[in-house]
Design a protein around this ligand. Sequence first.
Ligand SMILES: [Cu+2]
Length: 482
Amino acid sequence: MYTAICRFLAGCSAAFALCACNPAPTAVVDRYDPASMDLKPAPARLSNERHTGAFASGASLNMSAALKPLDPEPVKVIRLDTTHKIIEIAPGVKFSAWTFGDQVPGPAIRARVGDKIRFSMTNRSDEVAPGIAMTAAPMMHSMDFHAAMVSPQDKYRSVAPGQTIEFEFTLNYPGVFMYHCGTPMILEHIASGMYGAVIVEPREGYPTKVDREYLVVQSEFYARPDADGRKADGAPLYVLDNERLKAAQPTHTVFNGVHNGMVKNPLPAKPGERVRLFVLNVGPSRTSSFHVVGTIFDRVWMDGNPDNQMRGMQTVLLGSSNSAIVEMIIPEAGSYIMVDHHFANASQGAVGLISTEDKPKESELEHHNMEATATPKDAGTAAGKLAFESKCLACHSIGQGKKLGPDLAGVTGRRTDAWLAQWLKSPDKMLQTDADAKAMLKEYNNIPMPNQGLGDAEIRQYMAYFHWVDAQAGKPQAGAGK
Ligand SMILES: [Cu+2]
């Protein structure tokens, strides 16, 4: 019927939006028309006033994965001060970090196209929390918002400790945008923790309705034990490993700043619900092949803009600072596993769960309740722990049940040191000759452990770590010294 009216009217115009015929080209409104954008933000202001209150403030800030709904206020007043602090990136790995808003990732800003961000930041990298020794010297920092269209030389200037920079800008495009420190060496500042997300909704909101919304930020850490043997809370302090950083060889690749963090604390959802994830890959140097085991992305909006839509995707490929909004149905009860399907990254901690269970199986978690934050004092044992967490956790847990391979809690009780050393050196050979190894292979669905190419020194470190784990848990040490 409308088409008949259209033909009758002959020339469609924006006023006859019901018409199914093509409007004249002049009537097409580009929602990204520069004429309707704010491209002339006021100059930034720099001052020597030191802000002293909370390190982060603003009603539109989100401090963790669970996101608050949009704050309707059209001007978002945001403060994110920079700090230097020690964060725990994996159990017992206390890392000397640089932050926005005193956390890594920094708080996420949630806003809408047309909103104004009124931003201020004091460089407080010279402030030391009481009782904590300074681990990183104060230094210049800056803020670079990918959500903004502004002169970098003006707005993204580096500011010295004690200085404050203030600027504002209008959000012209919807998306999930990265923010980060842009002070040279940028790579070091990002790898030290200076990043976060800005979620910009379309002016008219999203075209779909969802039951849950969560933020997932993937990033890499490059950590090595401090050369001077400094401690944090009695545990070895970890600092930035510049060699690994330059070689793009992270020790940890994580979601929301913590190794396997959302495995311990899964994101809740119920069967039948529609879940929207805002996924940002910070990098700084690796891509993410973001995938959720057990479901399909009904919609994918690349870079978080519904104009860039794909349907029915299994995995989204995100370069450094790329993002996507992915929406999926949680079909039935279960734990749906978020991973970087580049499994070398997942094995470094880029794993999380969306779970219909309130708590993941307590029975398995209680099995060997190790103190999560305990860290070996001995350097070789600590190195074994770090290597285990980066190379072996994809297939093994300690005290949290079977994965692809056995739970290794208590392994020094059920195997002799000689057996373990041989196994770690060449599991392939052992599977041909050793009856116990053959039996284990059968129990693990004939999936053999790949030879990890470990050297003798490394093997000693893994074994020292296994002995330490079992001593911590008070397990018998039957294998020791045999
Ligand atoms: Cu910085």
